[in-house]
Design a protein around this ligand. Structure first.
Ligand SMILES: Nc1ncnc2c1ncn2[C@@H]1O[C@H](COP(=O)(O)OP(=O)(O)OP(=O)(O)O)[C@@H](O)[C@H]1O
Length: 568
């Protein structure tokens, strides 16, 4: 029995400031000595010391300026590199989690949405990590240090800063809640629109044939309009948060300036720990006041990056949710050599007490199914539509996890550990083989290891594909197999199986559906030629194909003992 994987851990980015953020914080604090030197120079000029009062402070300011620029540049480079690394890791983790879901999971994220989240929305993590996180760290450290320095000279100026400062985070928090909700809504809208667009583009032929293009275009226009409104809402909130902050920081600086001015004029003689501030000290406080608010303003400017970054993290996290895991997805992939070593003669297939129900559904597709297929036997799975032929083939191929029961292939029980190696000896042909955009050759080879041009050419000859016009070098097929007829697409799928070197269990789903009698006959001939000496399980409604198999298994047939019971 296939075990379900352990519960997934939520996605996280490391929360501690790294060395680069620390260096950037120190760079921001360098303004304090720079302001002090500037104040000393002005004080010297005021005392009539002339150019000599300016020379050394100017050198100091310049040196500190260069040092600050170097620190900021180094920190920014490091933070950016680190952020890209973290984003790549999160993308890889999400892509792996997506790949670890069964391809038959109905609840899988729509391809358009997954692509939109992985490619576009995930990018929002870079500004979040590069701008918001360091800004948040600077906003917690720099104002505290500046406040302490200002308080050592004037407690009144410190109190003014202290009163103005908490209003900023308070308003930002209020705005931030709205920003997060707006950002999430915008991203959902964008993902939904991408999914819709991709889906409708895939079904364009159907829409065009049934004259439903206008309706789809209208829905798309509505989705674009909704996205525009959501984007404007996010921008409005971003502007609002900046405006709130600018207002409070301007008020704070103005109040400090008013106090320092009146103090120097002697009107407000208190607030400097019982002494009178000098011109230099007053100027120093004045220069520090905007620097006190600077990190908070920076934080406000990047506040919407936080909302977008957290929404992106949640979206990446949501992509990892799955109702149906892919068996063995967590186990290492077995090499072709392992598969070859295990394959000797065609395998027998044994199914014992198999139970399976789709997630969230009461009705069981299989409720204790027992089946035995001998080594090298060719069987046809038949039964009314919906009886579970495709589901059974998928369970045998390890594409679906069984709830209970045992499947063994060539004496090896199918489990998370063995499924990778067993797939090496299974050839699968689904009901709707996917044809990728590209050449016929690349569609046959599918980039599989050990599949060279000679094998591809032989497989194409076998499936009579080399006579197809689209199989000429330099001719590429369109998305979803545009350029191939239905019969040619089936032959392409047969060529894919033919090229598989180790496959000795062929699982084939309705290969002759929708084909004319002659083509269906050719496909059946090719399939039987391919299955010589191999075990073949084919799901079919085609009585002609079924008649050519060794045995027929009706999935909707009543179990023998149940029938006996009823007769009794
Ligand atoms: N991915 C899926 N998620 C949930 N239910 C599914 C899924 N695929 C199929 N089903 C349901 O499972 C049941 C068995 O489907 P399955 O495709 O195995 O039938 P089938 O015998 O192959 O039918 P057909 O002969 O029409 O191809 C059906 O009731 C179908 O609606």
């Amino acid at each position: 029995m296939i075990k379900h994987p352990p519960p997934r851990l939520p996605l996280q980015v490391s929360s501690l400031p790294d060395a680069a953020s620390l260096v950037q914080g120190v760079a921001a604090l360098m303004w304090i000595p720079q302001a002090a030197l500037l104040a000393v120079a002005v004080q010297g000029l005021a005392l009539g010391q002339g150019i000599s009062a300016v020379q050394w402070p100017a050198c100091g300011i310049l040196l500190l300026g260069v040092l600050r620029a170097v620190c900021e540049a180094w920190g920014a480079r490091r933070i950016f590199g680190h952020a890209r690394g973290q984003l790549s890791a999160l993308r890889a983790q999400t892509a792996l989690a997506l790949a670890a879901g069964s391809p038959l999971d109905r609840e899988r994220a729509a391809s358009g949405r997954a692509a939109s989240v992985l490619a576009e929305q995930a990018e929002a993590l870079v500004p979040y990590l590069v701008r918001y996180r360091p800004a948040r760290w600077r906003a917690t450290v720099v104002p505290v240090v500046i406040l302490a320095v200002v308080a050592s000279l004037s407690w009144v100026a410190a109190v003014v800063l202290l009163v103005a400062a908490p209003l900023i985070p308070l308003f930002m928090a209020i705005v931030g809640w709205r920003a997060k909700a707006a950002s999430e809504a915008q991203m959902v809208e964008m993902g939904g629109m991408n999914a819709f667009l991709l889906d409708r583009l895939r079904g364009l032929a159907t829409l065009r044939a049934l004259d439903a293009v206008d309706a789809a275009a209208e829905r798309l226009a509505q989705a674009a309009e909704a996205l525009r409104e959501r984007t404007m809402a996010v921008l409005r909130i971003a502007f609002l948060s900046s405006a709130v902050l600018e207002l409070f920081s301007a008020l704070g600086v103005a109040m400090v300036a008013a106090y320092v001015g009146f103090h120097l004029l002697g009107t407000l003689g208190f607030g400097a720990w019982g002494r009178q501030l000098s011109l230099g000290e007053g100027l120093f406080i004045l220069l520090l006041a905007p620097a006190f608010f600077e990190p908070l303003r920076e934080l406000s400017a990047v506040w919407h990056d936080r909302a977008a970054g957290e929404a992106a993290l949640q979206a990446l996290d949501a992509l990892q949710r799955r109702a149906l895991p892919l068996p063995g997805a967590q186990a290492p992939v077995a090499s072709a050599a392992t598969g070859a070593a295990r394959a000797g003669s065609a395998p027998a297939v044994l199914i014992r007490d198999l139970h399976f129900a789709w997630p969230g559904e009461e009705r069981k597709v299989f409720d204790g199914l027992d089946l035995r297929i001998a080594a090298g036997e060719h069987v046809a799975l038949t039964g009314a539509s919906g009886t579970g032929k495709t589901a059974l083939l998928s369970l045998l191929a390890g594409l679906l996890p069984a709830a209970h029961g045992e499947i063994s292939i060539g004496g090896v029980p199918l489990s998370d550990r063995t499924v990778g190696a067993l797939r090496q000896r299974i050839a699968w042909m689904g009901q709707k083989p996917h044809v990728f955009a590209g050449s016929v050759e690349s569609n046959v080879a599918l980039g599989r290891a050990g599949v060279g041009t000679s094998q591809v050419a032989a497989a194409m000859r076998f499936a009579s594909l080399e006579t197809v016009a689209q199989a000429h070098p330099g001719v590429a097929l369109g998305e979803g197999g545009i350029g191939l007829s239905g019969g040619e697409a089936v032959r392409l799928a047969l060529a894919r199986i033919a090229v598989h070197p180790h496959a000795d269990l062929l699982l084939v789903d309705e290969p002759t559906a929708h084909l004319d009698t002659e083509t269906a006959g050719q496909v059946a001939d090719a399939l039987l030629a391919l299955a010589r000496g191999k075990t073949l399980v084919v799901a079919t409604h085609d009585p002609v194909l079924a008649a050519r198999m060794n045995r027929l298994i009706r999935l909707d047939a009543e179990p023998a003992d149940a029938a006996l019971e009823r007769a009794a």
